[in-house]
Design a protein around this ligand. Structure first.
Ligand SMILES: C[S@@+](CC[C@H](N)C(=O)[O-])C[C@H]1O[C@@H](n2cnc3c(N)ncnc32)[C@H](O)[C@@H]1O
Ligand code: SF4
Length: 375
């Protein structure tokens, strides 16, 4: 179940919280796409299996690409790989880009899943985030996409800023449900060092909300969304039956993927590779056919084990004992079984059919439990 990720490192403006790699200068866009095409050629042997089930344009803001630019990338992928007929093809979009013309273009390109970054329905909060759209534009972009025939839509929300409280979060969730989208990714705001928010936090111009309050918002979200037929299939992801993100589910299940473009990561089962997070350097090194545009790390057994624990524990598929026994040494498995027994006693983990998953209480402590289970 291999996938291809393409990172489009451009944004109209910088959101105050975001530390993904992007540039607000669009000057090199066309040239960068040319180099992504070249990277596709250079890395043709990365995935031994040429069958591709998912393609994901992420960013940055992929909806800033012109039709021709997106087409050229897809054309090349289709030429060099066997893309399955029912492949999931996602493109991340910012609401302000989704006018009628853009939507027609995305249909022509046969993009069949839109990931739209709404983040919030509160005008003041959107301004504080430095988003390029209003709440009204967010809502209308969803309606327009649905009217244009896009059924498989996911939206991104962020909760836990200083604007969040239980009352307005309930309203946000109700508005989200009323949009009738089949998938929601909802992230607890992280204050990242190298962002405006990180800076303002450091100089005490901004504060973080406490963990207790964000746990309350998280539990409210699970409750409301589950009551409305959403399945909480990963800590930050909710989908209706048949609408889970196939691309991201494959990451969490340890499937292989090729990541193209600046800052993109790749995984082939044994090693991880990450491209340089700098547009100019990427262009220079790829155009010189110089392998220095990426770094590579062969994963040790310990690293593979820890990654499996971290990603699996966050999903409804959980940690499977047979998988551990087949893929890791007996000592790691023995220590895991001893440790996990304590979490079962504390009612943060349950075990069924040799598979360990988090209880609701456990979901509040997901990262802590995973790190305690690391070898
Ligand atoms: C890198 S963005 C790309 C999507 C698109 N550019 C957009 O902004 O809608 C992917 C998602 O990550 C989430 N995100 C980014 N930085 C975050 C942070 N510091 N805390 C929580 N969520 C964050 C946002 O919800 C965002 O939509
Ligand atoms: S959240 Fe999206 S639009 Fe905002 S800076 Fe990050 S990638 Fe760009």
């Amino acid at each position: 179940m291999s996938g291809i990720y393409i990172h489009i490192p451009f944004c109209k403006q910088a959101c105050n919280y975001c530390d993904f790699y992007f540039s607000t200068s669009l000057q090199n866009k066309e040239f960068l796409v040319k180099n992504i095409l070249s990277e596709i050629d250079q890395r043709i042997n990365y995935l031994p299996d040429k069958q591709i089930h998912t393609i994901y344009f992420g960013g940055g803001t992929p909806s800033l690409l012109s039709e021709k630019e997106t087409f050229l990338i897809l054309e090349k992928v289709y030429k060099l790989y066997k893309v399955s007929n029912d492949a999931e093809i996602t493109l991340e979009c910012n609401p302000d880009d989704l006018n009628e013309e853009k939507l027609k273009e995305l249909k022509r390109l046969e993009i069949n899943r839109l990931s739209i970054g709404l983040q919030s329905f509160d005008e003041e909060e959107l301004k504080w985030m430095n988003r390029a759209h209003t709440a009204r534009e967010s809502e209308s972009s969803i309606k327009r996409s649905q009217d244009r025939g896009f059924e498989n839509i996911t939206i991104d929300l962020i909760y836990g800023s200083k604007f969040s409280n239980l009352a307005n979060w309930k309203k946000t969730l109700d508005k989200t449900i009323a949009l009738k989208v089949p998938h929601i990714s909802s992230y607890n705001l992280t204050i990242e060092d190298k962002t405006k928010l990180g800076h303002d936090f450091k100089v005490k111009k901004e504060v973080a909300i406490d963990d207790e309050k964000s746990s309350e918002l998280f539990l409210e979200m699970i409750d409301r969304l589950e009551k409305n037929d959403f399945i909480h299939y990963e800590i930050s992801n909710f989908g209706k039956e048949g609408f889970f993100s196939r691309h991201n589910s494959n990451y969490w299940k340890g499937e292989h993927y090729l990541g193209l473009g600046p800052s993109a990561h790749s995984f082939d089962g044994k090693s991880r590779q990450w491209n340089v997070a700098n547009n100019n350097l990427y262009i220079k090194q790829v155009s010189e056919n110089n392998q220095a545009f990426f770094e590579k790390e062969i994963l040790t057994e310990k690293e593979r084990f820890n990654e499996y624990i971290l990603t699996s524990l966050r999903t409804i598929w959980g940690i499977n004992l047979d998988y551990l026994k087949t893929n890791f040494n007996a000592e790691f498995v023995k220590v895991f079984q001893e440790q996990i027994a304590e979490y079962i006693r504390q009612d943060t983990v349950v075990v069924k059919n040799k598979t360990y998953t988090l209880t609701e209480k456990g979901k509040l402590l997901a990262d802590k439990i995973a790190s305690e289970l690391f070898v």
